[in-house]
Ligand binder design. Structure first.
Ligand SMILES: [Zn+2]
Length: 330
């Protein structure tokens, strides 16, 4: 095999435990490899697409070429121009009967609605894309996919096994596919566009494409941070009423999404609201730009807790303590 194009790390790798052993799992093809720091660091070298020929310090890595070929064979490293998510949609037979068009930043698949509605919704998403660029998110190299479902049943089939709460009208799957209820598309046309909701979902795509490694509360809190006005008084009332969780506990218990812990709608959902509150606190103590730098420095071999502590000289648990004390002062 030759290295004909730039290689990059797949956007679908995650750390898991199988039989108490840490492994890196490819969530689309289910292949798993035993995790070691050396392997994670090696994969992180390909976070930004690069040509194997010019791979930095490859002479210092034993069998670098053999390792690269093996990681390509199992789909952990892929050619830069490969569209993993489109291949997945095809394999799942989800593109049959769908109409398609492209705009500058989106590739859109839809069925069951008029073309002008799909187009109108996509223009709205283009505006949101730009809104997030202004908020320090790095541009996305590849077009994101908008997948407008025929009906609620199709939406549910993409959500997975967990129950789908009624108020969920859109979500991101496989890191780059924005799945949308047709009701949402029609609402957008009628001027009741849920800007906050869609900004939240788009922020998810930006974070996945940047291949960052964040705990679930940081991801959700950051998406909330950028998509709505924070109301500290309302949060304090809610926290008093329902009680907050520790962030370690959220990391352990939220398997599918934060809804695993509280399936209440947005306004009264404790894990969402406390994640948002904590991200606001982190942004104040670190500064918005520094917080984004820390996020973008994470990767398979460097998780958010580790990078945050190194850059800030303060652990997340200590920051959490500070956040709790600040709440008690009110
Ligand atoms: Zn979310």
């Amino acid at each position: 095999m030759r290295f004909n194009s730039n290689l990059t790390v797949s956007g679908h790798l995650s750390m898991q435990f199988i039989n108490n052993q840490p492994v890196i799992l490819h969530r689309l093809n289910q292949k798993a490899v035993r995790a070691s720091l050396g392997l994670m660091k090696f994969l992180d070298m390909f976070r930004k697409p690069c040509d194997f020929k010019y791979l930095e310090c490859k002479e210092a890595i034993p069998d670098a070429e053999k390792k690269t070929l093996e990681l390509m064979r199992i789909g952990f490293l892929v050619p830069e121009n490969m569209d993993e998510e489109k291949i997945w949609l095809k394999k799942e037979n989800r593109l049959a009967g769908k109409k398609k068009f492209q705009t500058r930043h989106f590739c859109v698949y839809y069925s069951g609605i008029e073309p002008y509605l799909a187009r109108n919704f996509t223009d709205f998403m283009e505006e949101i894309y730009h809104l997030l660029l202004i908020k320090l998110f790095p541009p996305i190299a590849k077009r994101s996919i908008i997948y407008i479902c025929r009906d609620r049943k199709e939406l549910k089939s993409l959500w997975g096994d967990a129950p789908l709460p009624d108020h969920v009208k859109t979500f991101v799957t496989r890191g780059r596919i924005l799945v949308v209820d047709p009701e949402m598309v029609v609402a957008t046309r009628h001027g009741v566009a849920p800007v906050g909701h869609m900004t939240h979902e788009m922020a998810h795509i930006f974070l996945c494409q940047a291949k960052v490694n964040l705990p679930v509360w940081m991801t959700e809190g950051l998406c909330e941070y950028h998509s709505r006005l924070y109301n500290h008084e309302l949060f304090l009332e809610l926290a008093k009423l329902k009680g907050a969780h520790s962030f370690q506990q959220i990391e352990a218990d939220a398997r599918h999404s934060l809804f695993d812990m509280d399936d209440g709608p947005d306004e009264s959902n404790v894990p969402y609201r406390q994640s948002e509150s904590f991200v606001h606190y982190l942004a104040v103590i670190s500064g918005e730009k520094k917080m984004m730098d820390i996020i973008l420095k994470t990767g398979l071999s460097r998780d958010f807790r580790t990078v945050f502590e190194k850059e800030m000289g303060l652990s997340i648990d200590e920051a959490e303590q500070g956040w709790l004390e600040e709440m008690e002062m009110h």
